[in-house]
Each structure stands twice: as structure tokens, then as C-alpha cells.
Design a protein around this ligand. Structure first.
Ligand code: AMP
Length: 418
């Protein structure tokens, strides 16, 4: 039947990234990698899937990611696996597994790759999306919190992203959060009927999560709730004040946003986001924070951590980019001898770093010339019987239309002179 032969389209919430758009991705990735290396970060790559319990434990059992969004499946060995919805738990696992904390190098890592979340697809929210992540371990001082915000800010400016705002907050620690939770819970209980069903459930499981709710009424109601910043213990308060003062030293404008608790369970002390007014409802280009307890909770040494994750798709949607035209030499030939000569020439030139294209389509010279035109080749090299005999080729500059006879050296001079 006809219908059966149809190729199924890509899964909703996933996208093909096609050339030439890939160039924009490459530009952002290259800038990010270069900058991170400048700050002492090293690339790390971990598997795309992990045991489900890693995220249940790391990302947290009350987070939206774990409760609603994981791509979890049972493999042929009967083991529950999950496509990573975020990166931090994998890095922490890798550090413990390979005992990277014993090495003298600074524990600074970066990573770029796909993440998977079963969320309702919409603009800026996909089921397979890509993140640029950085993580730093074993640095308690809030100077590092400010440094990573500064690094993110520099990256965005380097990529031409403007109209951004840095939002910061502190979510306290194990010591000060319980009393805040208590207070928040009782205030939320008192207003329970005004909250959505989801938030009513959160009152019991994790009242902080109410601040993540995007529903207008919940936002209005929670506006009057107590702020965690007023409940910080002296250690967290000092940490936060210093963080803000270091941001000032770096001359990074920021706004304290008491609602900024972020969707993951593990944050302690600092949380931050960089938002763009050009992004609409999903306005966070990146978000991050401190997670001082995750390593010990995973059975590792008592080493704190901090990091951020930037969404590539959101970044690229606000990043200006003008693709540069590819420069390349297109070989046009006539006859078997000329073809072989052309093949030998492109082999030589490519080895020297000159981008060349020769296509094996057995078409007339006129046809090949018009193809070179369509492809917007920078130069066309014509090899016919005459040229094979003389070793002198016709090189046409496609922009100026000037055509000249050149030998092999002449080709090199012309194309490398650009
Ligand atoms: P999170 O890991 O939830 O803290 O998100 C960090 C960043 O990843 C966000 O600021 C977004 O830029 C990006 N992001 C998160 N979820 C998605 C998604 N479903 N689709 C596209 N980008 C996302």
C-alpha cells in the first residue's frame, strides 16, 4: 500500500539541524569552547543514557524533570535507563567513578550535547535540545559564583547577544531552609484554594517549587509569600552578599530576584539565570547555581559544586549571525584524462588546505559551468584535452569574471592570495 512506504517524520519536539544553519551552531560552540579553555575548563563527555536512579537521586524526586519529563525505558537486560535530562548528575558520577578529585588539576569541566525531556513542545522548549554546560567543583568561595556569571556574560556578549538581564538569588542551605520551608508552607496552606492543583500538591512535596509556576494567579498569590533571602543563616547571607559584591567588581549589572528557586531540587546558596527580553515566555538563555551537597549524597567526598547550563536553541534564536560565503574551487573537466588530472589536482590542493569540489556527473562543460555558478564557486578551473597536454589550465574568478591561463603554481597563488 502507498501509505506504508511513507517515511515517518521526525518526532515532535526534535529537530533536524540542516546546513547551512549548522554553521551558526559551530560558531557558538567554537566561541564557547575557546572561552571556557581560557578560564581553565576541560571538556568532559559522558554517556547519553544513565541508570534512572542517578537522576532520581541527583535531579531530585520532587523536580518536574523527574516527576514528569524523563525519557525512561527498560533495556533488554531489564534495567531502567534514562536519556539524560540534564548534565550535572552525570558529571558528579564520573568524578566519583574516576576519582578525578584526586588529581591536582582544577575541577573545571565543560560539555556540549543533547538533553532529553518529555515536555510539551513549544517555542524554546523541545524534547531533544542541546546544552552548553560548565561545572566547577571544590570551590566554596563565592568569587567563583561571580566568575562563572561573568564568563557567561562575556560569552553572550562575544556572540552579540544583547538585551540580557542577570537575575540572582540564594536558596539557602540545609541549615536555614527548613525553617523557611515551614513558614512558606503555612503561608501557602492559608491561601491553598487560590493555587492551582499542581501547586497545592507542591505545598506538601516541595513548597519552593510553587515559585516556578507560570500561572498568573499562582504568581500573584506567591508574590506575597515570605522570601528565602530573609531567612538565610549567617553563612549563606555572607556568601550571598559577597557574591553580589564580586559581581559589582566584575561590573556585571544584576537584579536580585527572590522568586528564582530554579526547577531542580539540589541547589544550595547561589542560583542565577540570564534572561533575554527577546525570548518570550521561555526567557532563560541559561541558568545555574550551587549544589554543595550532591557529591556527598552520591557517596563521594565532601566537595561542593557550581555550574550553569545554557540552551543552544534559545541562544541561537537571539544570536545575530551573518553566514560568510564559502570560498572554494570548482573543477570542471571534459573527458577521462581531464577527470583524472582533476582528481589529482584536488587531492593535492585539499592536502594544502584549499577547499575544492569536483563532481563526477559526466556532464557537458556548459552544464558544469552553470552548476559552478549555481553553487557560487569562488573560482572555476577548466580542464579539457588541451589543458591536459599543456599543463596550463583556465582559471576563472567567478566574481570578477576574469579568466586566465595558469599552471599548478599559478592556481595556488590565485586561491591562496585570497
Ligand atoms: P535547566 O537545566 O532546566 O536549568 O535549563 C537550563 C537551560 O537549558 C535553560 O535556560 C534553557 O536555555 C535550556 N532548556 C531547558 N529545557 C529546555 C527545553 N525543553 N528546550 C530547550 N531548551 C531548554
Amino acid at each position: 500500500m502507498k501509505g506504508e512506504r511513507k517515511t515517518p517524520p521526525a518526532i515532535k519536539g526534535t529537530q533536524d539541524i540542516l546546513p547551512p544553519y549548522v554553521k551558526k551552531w559551530q560558531k557558538a560552540e567554537t566561541e564557547a569552547k575557546g572561552l571556557f579553555e581560557l578560564y581553565g575548563y576541560k571538556e568532559i563527555r559522558t554517556p547519553v543514557f544513565e541508570p534512572t536512579e542517578l537522576f532520581q537521586k541527583g535531579t531530585g524526586p520532587t523536580s518536574d524533570i523527574v516527576t514528569k519529563e524523563m525519557y525512561t525505558f527498560v533495556d533488554k537486560g531489564g534495567r531502567s535507563l534514562t536519556l539524560r535530562p540534564e548534565y550535572t548528575p552525570s558529571v558528579v558520577r564520573a568524578i566519583i567513578e574516576h576519582r578525578l578529585y584526586l588529581q591536582p588539576e582544577p575541577l573545571r569541566f565543560y560539555f556540549i550535547g543533547p538533553m532529553f525531556r518529555y515536555d510539551k513542545p513549544q517555542k524554546g522548549r523541545y524534547r531533544q535540545f542541546h546544552q552548553v554546560n560548565i561545572e566547577v567543583f571544590n570551590e566554596k568561595d563565592s568569587a567563583i559564583d561571580a566568575e562563572i556569571v561573568e564568563m557567561a556574560d562575556i560569552l553572550l556578549h562575544k556572540l552579540g547577544v544583547s538585551d540580557i538581564e542577570v537575575l540572582v538569588n540564594s536558596v539557602g542551605c540545609k541549615k536555614c531552609r527548613p525553617s523557611y520551608h515551614q513558614e512558606l508552607k503555612s503561608k501557602a496552606q492559608a491561601q491553598k484554594e487560590l493555587l492551582c492543583e499542581d501547586c497545592q500538591r507542591k505545598i506538601e512535596t516541595n513548597p519552593l517549587r510553587i515559585f516556578d509556576c507560570k500561572k498568573e494567579t499562582c504568581r500573584e498569590v506567591s508574590q506575597e509569600f515570605p522570601k528565602i533571602i530573609d531567612f538565610l543563616c549567617s553563612e549563606c547571607k555572607e556568601h550571598f552578599e559577597k557574591f553580589c559584591s564580586y559581581l559589582d567588581s566584575y561590573q556585571i549589572p544584576f537584579r536580585v530576584e527572590p522568586r528564582l528557586v530554579r526547577g531542580l531540587d539540589y541547589y544550595t546558596k547561589t542560583t542565577f539565570e540570564i534572561v533575554s527580553s527577546r525570548l518570550g515566555s521561555q526567557d532563560a538563555v541559561l541558568g545555574g547555581g550551587r549544589y554543595d551537597d550532591m557529591m556527598t549524597e552520591f557517596g563521594g567526598p565532601d566537595i561542593c559544586g557550581i555550574g550553569f547550563a545554557m540552551g543552544m536553541e534559545r541562544l541561537l534564536s537571539v544570536m545575530p549571525y551573518r553566514a560568510e560565503k564559502d570560498q572554494f574551487l570548482y573543477i570542471v573537466y571534459l573527458g577521462e584524462e581531464a577527470k583524472k588530472e582533476g582528481m589529482e589536482l584536488v587531492r593535492e590542493l585539499r592536502r594544502e588546505g584549499v577547499p575544492c569540489l569536483i563532481e563526477y556527473k559526466d556532464k557537458s562543460l556548459k552544464n558544469q559551468m552553470s552548476r559552478a555558478n549555481k553553487l557560487e564557486a569562488t573560482w572555476t578551473l577548466i580542464i579539457g584535452e588541451e589543458e591536459v597536454k599543456s599543463g596550463e589550465y583556465s582559471l576563472k574568478n567567478m566574481e570578477s569574471g576574469v579568466q586566465e591561463k595558469v599552471g599548478r603554481e599559478g592556481i595556488r597563488e590565485a586561491v591562496k592570495g585570497r
